[in-house]
Design a protein around this ligand. Structure first.
Ligand SMILES: [Zn+2]
Length: 431
C-alpha cells in the first residue's frame, strides 16, 4: 500500500501529477495525503494556472466541464480601448447580449454594446462602432510565466511526483528526497533545485520530438552524480530539476533515455532516444535564461497562440456554438451570415468538421482515439490552419449547399454523429 510521498501519512487522496489545467493527457495517482495535496494546490499551483489562461485558451484547453477558458485582455475597437476585459473568444465579445464595455473617447465616457440593447438604456446615445476593426491585445510577463517562485515550485512538484510515478515510489524516503521535498514544501529555499535548460542539443532534440502544447519528461543521471528530471513544459520552456544525489557519476559513453509525452489532445506515449558523450545538460538560473533568450521564448509563445489542437473537448465546444446558432437560424432569429460567422476561423473549422462527421458516418473506428480518427479517416491534422483562399473557396461551397437546401440537413446529421462519438469517448475515458 502507498503512503504519502511527502510525509508517509496513510490517509491518501489522488494527485493530478501535471495539473489537469495544463494538459490534455491526465496522469494521476493516489499517493499524496490530503494536507499535502491542498498545500501544493493552494500555495502555488492554482495561482500559476491563472497566469496561463490566455495560452490555455489558445491551445484549446477547457475548464473541467468543457467550457472555454476566459482571460483578461484589452479590446481595441475603432480606436477605442477597453481595458482588462474578460473574454474567451470572438463569439464572447460579439454575442454578449447583456454585455457592455465602458470606454473613453475624447474625454467622454462611451458605452459599447449591441445597438438594440443600447437603445433600451435610458439617456445613452448609441453611436455605431465598427466591430470589424476589433483587435484583442494581451500583455504578459515572461518572468511571471516561467520564472516566478510559484512557477518553479509547481515545476518541482510535477517533476518529483512524476519521478515517483514512473519509478513506483510509494512512500517518502527522506534519505533520498529530503532536498526536493523540503523545497516543494517551502521549508528551504534552494535556488539550484530548478533551473532552465539552455543546452542547444537538448533544445534541438525536444524541438524534433515534441509539438507545441505537449508536456514531456525524462530523467537521467548526470556526470555530477545527480539524478535530474527534465520537464519540457508545452515545448516552450525546459526545466531541469534536481531529484536524488545518486553519488555515482554517469560516465557511460552512451545513454538511452525514455521520453514520456503528454499531449494536449489526450494522447500519451513514450519514445526512446539516445545521448552520446558526457551526459550533462547545461542549465542556468531561470531569470538569467529568460533574459538572455527572451526572443526565443517570445517566438515560441507566438507560435503557440497560433496552434490550436483539436481536442475532443474543444471540438465539442465549437460544435455546441454551431448548434446554438443553428437553432436560432431555424427560428429566423439570426441570418445566414451570422450562422457562418465568416470572419471567425473557429466557426469555419467547426463547420468543416461537422461536414466530415456527416460524410464519414460509417468510417469512425471506436477502437482508436478521437484524434487518431481525425487523422486516419478524415485526413484532418489535429493542428488545423486554414489559409484565407481555402476559406473563401470553402465558404462559397457552403453558400451553394445552402441554396439547394442541403446545408442544414448536413449540419444536423454531422452534429448527431458527433454526439454519438462524444458519448462513446466519454464512456471510454470513464473505464
Ligand atoms: Zn503528506
Amino acid at each position: 500500500m502507498c503512503k504519502c510521498i511527502y510525509c508517509n501519512s496513510e490517509v491518501l487522496t489522488v494527485s493530478d501529477i501535471i495539473p489537469f489545467a495544463l494538459t490534455g493527457a491526465k496522469i494521476k495517482k493516489k499517493f499524496v495525503c490530503k494536507e499535502h495535496n491542498a498545500f501544493t494546490n493552494d500555495h502555488f499551483e492554482k495561482h500559476v494556472i491563472s497566469e496561463y489562461d490566455f495560452f490555455r485558451n489558445a491551445l484549446g484547453l477547457t475548464t473541467r466541464d468543457g467550457k472555454p477558458i476566459k482571460y483578461t485582455a484589452n479590446l481595441e475597437i475603432d480606436g477605442l480601448v477597453v481595458s482588462n476585459t474578460l473574454v474567451s473568444n470572438r463569439a464572447s465579445i460579439y454575442a454578449a447580449d447583456k454585455r457592455f464595455f465602458q470606454a473613453e473617447r475624447d474625454g467622454k465616457k462611451v458605452l459599447i454594446g449591441a445597438i438594440e440593447q443600447l437603445k433600451q438604456i435610458n439617456g445613452s446615445a448609441p453611436e455605431p462602432i465598427d466591430m470589424k476593426n476589433l483587435t484583442v491585445t494581451y500583455s504578459f510577463s515572461l518572468n511571471k510565466l516561467f520564472a516566478s517562485d510559484m512557477v518553479l515550485h509547481t515545476v518541482a512538484k510535477i517533476a518529483y511526483e512524476w519521478h515517483c510515478f514512473v519509478n513506483n515510489v510509494c512512500c517518502y524516503d527522506n534519505e533520498k528526497y529530503q532536498d526536493i521535498v523540503e523545497y516543494i514544501l517551502e521549508q528551504q529555499q534552494d535556488d539550484c533545485i530548478v533551473e532552465v535548460v539552455v543546452d542547444g542539443n537538448v533544445i534541438n532534440a525536444m524541438e524534433q520530438l515534441c509539438d507545441l502544447g505537449t508536456n514531456s519528461l525524462y530523467e537521467y543521471v548526470d556526470v555530477d552524480g545527480w539524478l535530474y528530471v527534465i520537464f519540457n513544459f508545452w515545448n516552450v520552456a525546459i526545466y531541469k530539476v534536481k531529484i536524488i544525489d545518486t553519488k555515482s557519476p554517469n560516465n557511460n559513453p552512451t545513454t538511452t533515455l525514455n521520453l514520456y509525452r503528454y499531449r494536449i489532445d489526450g494522447i500519451k506515449d513514450t519514445i526512446v532516444f539516445g545521448v552520446y558523450g558526457a551526459t550533462h545538460v547545461i542549465s542556468e538560473s531561470p531569470t538569467q535564461a529568460l533574459l538572455r533568450m527572451k526572443n526565443f521564448y517570445i517566438n515560441k509563445l507566438e507560435a503557440l497562440t497560433k496552434t490550436k489542437v483539436l481536442s475532443i473537448y474543444l471540438v465539442k465546444q465549437m460544435i455546441e456554438g454551431v448548434q446554438a446558432d443553428l437553432e436560432a437560424y431555424k427560428k429566423r432569429k439570426i441570418d445566414f451570415a451570422r450562422l457562418m460567422d465568416y470572419e471567425d476561423n473557429d466557426r469555419v473549422t467547426a463547420i468543416k468538421l461537422i461536414q466530415c462527421f456527416a460524410e464519414n458516418k460509417n468510417s469512425y473506428n471506436t477502437a482508436i482515439s478521437f484524434n487518431e480518427n481525425l487523422r486516419a479517416i478524415f485526413g484532418i491534422n489535429e493542428v488545423l490552419t486554414i489559409k484565407q483562399e481555402e476559406k473563401i473557396k470553402y465558404l462559397t461551397e457552403l453558400v451553394q449547399l445552402n441554396e439547394t437546401a442541403a446545408l442544414i440537413p448536413m449540419i444536423d446529421s454531422g452534429i448527431a454523429m458527433f454526439a454519438e462519438i462524444w458519448d462513446n469517448e466519454i464512456a471510454k475515458e470513464k473505464q
